[in-house]
Write a protein that binds this ligand. Structure first.
Ligand SMILES: Cc1cc2nc3c(=O)[nH]c(=O)nc-3n(C[C@H](O)[C@H](O)[C@H](O)COP(=O)(O)O)c2cc1C
Length: 333
């Protein structure tokens, strides 16, 4: 099984591997390293001012030999700049792909196509995939329930991907969620996907803007140590997410997973790099400049955490993913 697919043709890319948008843990350095290694590097720009988003994207695009994409979260409850302003700022940098998630992509597709940029949309079901394709999206990302970070649907990757492939045969499908090594990439391709998007795996890279203590937990944790639900709804309510078990999720679960009146909800557990307090249930990713009880803030990770053993340079990760995918595919030759 070769690794050339409709996705590698469309972008174009050397390998059908996408570094997922991993919120504030994305950095121009990470995106550049992945792009230089033959994958698609991505910046998640939702929590940056529009000007800063454009600057970061321009920097990554200028530094990289390969393609760079940007992710914008559409849900207005996620916060961030005005959507059209943010999308226009990204388009000014001329990325290879604009990836929209957590909302209806339809109203934004024409704006992006007018600037000759490809649009990808995350979906959590086959019917969402069909609607996205009908709206003109060029690529769908099928995100399974085992994914890390915020999770769009409640179907696991294994049944979701073939259902989405059947629902949108005319466009490339990218599998996301639960893929931690090259065997998972080969499996996604066997299911009919044209590529794989990995998030948790790339949190544990040298170039990711992730605090050491967060990455240590990702490297140590087993698949059984993630929690899916809505504990960390401060700043982005109403969207389930998957994080590693910690003191905060244990207290929340022991109290019956409450929506209101969560135990210790007024605790200030850490401070951001800007000095802003981080409360116990805030949606605040542990970037290296966060100071305080790192183990209490949301340690976003998927069940693929089981397959992540250590923090490594992103280029090495991509090279290993490719070699492992080829080895796995060779079993069928
Ligand atoms: C730390 C972290 C932050 C994330 N932030 C975003 C984001 O900003 N936008 C988005 O669409 N998805 C986000 N996700 C979801 C990923 O893009 C992707 O769907 C997921 O990581 C795939 O599952 P995996 O972690 O098992 O690889 C995030 C995931 C993680 C682990």
């Amino acid at each position: 099984m070769g690794l050339a697919t409709r996705l590698t043709d469309a972008l174009p890319l050397e390998y059908p591997i996408i570094q997922a948008p991993i919120g504030s843990a994305t950095s121009p350095e990470l995106a550049t390293a992945v792009a230089d290694a033959g994958g698609l590097g991505m910046l998640a720009v939702t929590w940056r001012e529009s000007d800063a988003a454009r600057d970061a994207l321009e920097q990554a695009i200028a530094d990289a030999d390969g393609p760079i994409g940007a992710n914008v979260v559409l849900d207005p409850d996620a916060g961030g700049d005005d959507l059209a302003t943010l999308i226009d700022a990204c388009l000014d940098a001329d990325p290879a792909l604009l990836h929209l998630s957590f909302g209806d992509p339809a109203p934004s597709v024409e704006r992006i196509h007018d600037r000759d940029v490809l649009v990808a949309g995350t979906v959590g079901s086959a019917s969402e995939a069909r609607a996205a394709a009908d709206a003109g999206v060029d690529i769908v990302v099928a995100q399974g329930w085992e994914a890390g970070g915020h999770v769009q649907g409640d179907v696991a990757t294994m049944p979701l991907v073939p259902a989405v492939v059947d629902a949108v045969p005319e466009i490339p499908v990218v599998a996301a969620g639960g893929i931690g090594d090259g065997r998972g990439i080969a499996a996604a391709l066997v299911l009919g996907a044209d590529g794989a998007m990995l998030g948790t795996r790339f949190v544990a890279t040298m170039e990711a803007a992730a605090h050491d203590r967060y990455v240590d937990r990702v490297a140590e944790a087993d698949a059984t140590e993630t929690v899916y639900g809505e504990p960390y709804d401060g700043g982005w309510p109403g969207q389930p997410h998957r994080t590693l078990e910690n003191g905060t999720t244990e207290r929340w679960e022991a109290a019956g997973r409450p929506r209101d009146g969560k135990p210790g909800e007024d605790d200030i557990v850490a401070h951001g790099g800007d000095g802003e307090p981080i409360r116990r249930y805030d949606d605040a990713l542990a970037t290296p400049d966060v100071d305080g009880a790192i183990e209490e803030v949301p340690l976003y990770a998927g069940q693929s955490t089981e397959l992540v053993e250590e923090r490594r340079p992103a280029a090495e990760v991509v090279a290993d993913l490719v070699a492992e995918a080829r080895d796995a595919a060779a079993r069928f030759e």
